[in-house]
Design a protein around this ligand. Structure first.
Ligand code: GLU
Length: 553
């Protein structure tokens, strides 16, 4: 019996060769510096911030270099599969604008010429590569049972040896081909192991694009490449897939760093060029001065639903992810306010080696900045989308009062330093309810009057104002002059300065009077520009508000 016979026995149905696949998936026709990369989630759970962050960076570098970004589903762990995970993951990524150029785009759809992109549909391809290894005496069947392996581990612990299947412990490496052949023929279960050519006493140095040069002992473990169910292990699938999909860069979580010597070795065994590697440190979180990994279970912001439900705009999340990804981004964005992420190039070297710190407050600030810089109509459309899903009452109001709402959102917007009221869509209603009669009527009202808080004085001021000084067609300047006239009539200084020079002469100043008007109409002591607010409210609503005030006093 030869190794070839053994290979034929194990893989009787494999008729293709590696060369056939090389031809089927030719080198991509791209510029030299184009990056081909991927997100390769396992559908053993749903999307979380780590998945999103990795996919975000991968898509970004592919886009920056006119390369390719694809999604591959790594579903060889059949026991831990979560039924709808592929649908959820692809939908989540799409929601955050991370659509792939190729690969899995939904639970039942793939696009692109380098597929299938779902590992469980690639069994024949993996087996072709495994068959080559067996036929060339580079891999062998292993019949060790779990009990035998446990025994071995115990012995290694006792002797203070390294744990694993290597050297003198690699029992099945020594089984003669004839015996192995017979045992397989007899139906004995087996896995396949790589015959590692590595020497633990030799070093290899790998240049990680984020972590820099890392030195490792060579891999000398005869790792499992095929499980008993005939499917590959992660290591082997990574080799086959990233080779045939012509991946140039593997960007992944740094839990894989320790597997690098194994992965590089696998590529070498086949004579393939390994991709470049960039290992991302996990996103961290600081709690009571202690740093820990952002946790799917403990931190709501690690879940995708958090962003949707709060209505944090996708673009703000992207800006925040970019801030986390590249330490120089924030400064760049500050200096280039009119530009977008697309104008910024991701730099592996500017990625935190120790893991970015997730800071919700900072995200909200970024979101505020972002929302203050977009057009009111754009804001309105996004708000509408949000409200449609999460707040029917508000949705109906902003549909009914579309121009009014856009006008409201536009207050102090188109200017050098725009107003920054809103960090998320879920906050909008709570900030502007007083503008809509329907909400005003039912809202619990606490009038936030300040220095002038005498009821009689307030009502007198308001009634005089409306009867004598208010005209809804006034320009802002005339409007303000008239408030000054009103102030004067009631014994308040026309200018703050005058008041400060002579405080005993006045009851207060024009600012106090404006405050009375503001609070009387809105209940709030802080609102966007009062002139604009009043323009939007218009005469009828303003009259109603004064009656409402009388009622509430
Ligand atoms: N399926 C692996 C994981 O979810 C992918 C790692 C990789 O990107 O190669 O961790």
């Amino acid at each position: 019996m030869t190794n070839k016979d053994l290979a034929n026995l194990i893989f009787p149905n494999v008729t293709k060769t590696i060369e056939d696949y090389e031809k089927m998936y030719p080198k991509r026709n791209l510029k030299d510096d184009a990056i081909v990369t991927r997100a390769a989630p396992s559908p053993t759970g749903y999307t979380h911030m780590g998945t999103l962050f990795q996919a975000f960076i991968s898509k970004k570098v592919a886009k920056d270099t006119n390369g390719v970004f694809f999604i591959r589903i790594e579903d060889t762990d059949r026991e831990r599969l979560v039924e709808d995970a592929v649908d959820v993951i692809t939908t989540d990524l799409k929601y955050f604008d991370i659509t792939p150029d190729e690969g899995v785009i939904s639970g039942n759809k793939e696009i692109g010429n380098y597929g299938p992109y779902t590992q469980s549909n690639r069994k024949e391809i993996y087996q072709t590569f495994m068959k080559y290894l067996v036929a060339n005496n580079l891999a062998y069947p292993c019949f060790c049972t779990k009990e035998e392996k446990d025994e071995m581990t115990k012995a290694q612990e006792r002797r203070k040896d390294r744990i694993g299947y290597y050297g003198r412990y690699a029992k099945c490496r020594k089984i003669p081909v004839n015996d192995a052949y017979q045992r397989i023929k007899n139906g004995e279960p087996f896995t396949l192991r790589l015959k590692s050519p590595g020497d633990f006493n030799k070093k290899i140095v790998i240049n990680d694009l984020i972590k820099g040069k890392i030195s490792f002992p060579e891999n000398d473990m005869d790792i499992v490449i095929m499980k008993q169910d005939g499917l590959p292990t992660y290591h082997f699938a990574h080799l086959v897939d990233d080779h045939l999909m012509r991946t140039t860069h593997v960007i992944r979580g740094d839990e894989w760093v320790s597997s690098l010597p194994t992965h590089v070795q696998l590529f070498e065994v086949f004579g393939f060029r390994p991709p470049k590697y960039a290992h991302i440190s996990p996103i961290m979180k600081e709690e009571n001065g202690i740093k820990r990994k952002l946790s799917k279970r403990k931190d709501p912001e690690a879940q995708m639903s958090y962003y949707r439900e709060k209505g944090i705009p996708v673009k703000a999340v992207e800006l925040y992810l970019m801030t986390l990804a590249n330490t120089n981004f924030e400064q760049w964005w500050d200096a280039n306010k009119d530009k977008t992420i697309d104008d910024f190039k991701y730099d592996f070297k500017k990625t935190s080696k120790s893991g970015g710190l997730f800071d919700v407050e900072k995200l909200m600030n970024i979101s505020k900045n972002y929302l203050s810089r977009i057009k009111a109509t754009e804001f309105y459309d996004m708000l509408l989308n949000y409200a449609k899903e999460y707040d029917e009452e508000f949705y109906e109001l902003i549909v009914k009062y579309k121009d009014f709402t856009i006008g409201l959102l536009n207050i102090e917007r188109e200017q050098k330093k725009p107003r920054k009221d809103y960090a998320s869509f879920s906050e909008v209603k709570e900030l502007v309810w007083y503008m809509y009669d329907e909400l005003f009527d039912k809202h619990e009202k606490t009038y936030e009057f300040k220095d002038v808080n005498d009821k009689e004085e307030i009502l007198k001021l308001m009634n005089t104002y409306i009867e004598k000084y208010y005209d809804e067609n006034d320009s802002q300047e005339t409007w303000f002059n008239r408030i000054k006239d009103l102030s004067e009539e009631f014994g308040y200084a026309r200018e703050v300065k005058e008041y400060k020079e002579n405080p005993n002469k006045y009851k207060g100043h024009v600012g106090d009077v404006s405050m009375v008007i503001r609070v009387a109409l809105t209940t709030k002591s802080m609102t966007p520009n009062l002139y604009d607010i009043m323009k939007l409210l218009g005469k009828d609503r303003i009259d109603r508000r004064i009656k409402e005030l009388e009622k509430n006093f």
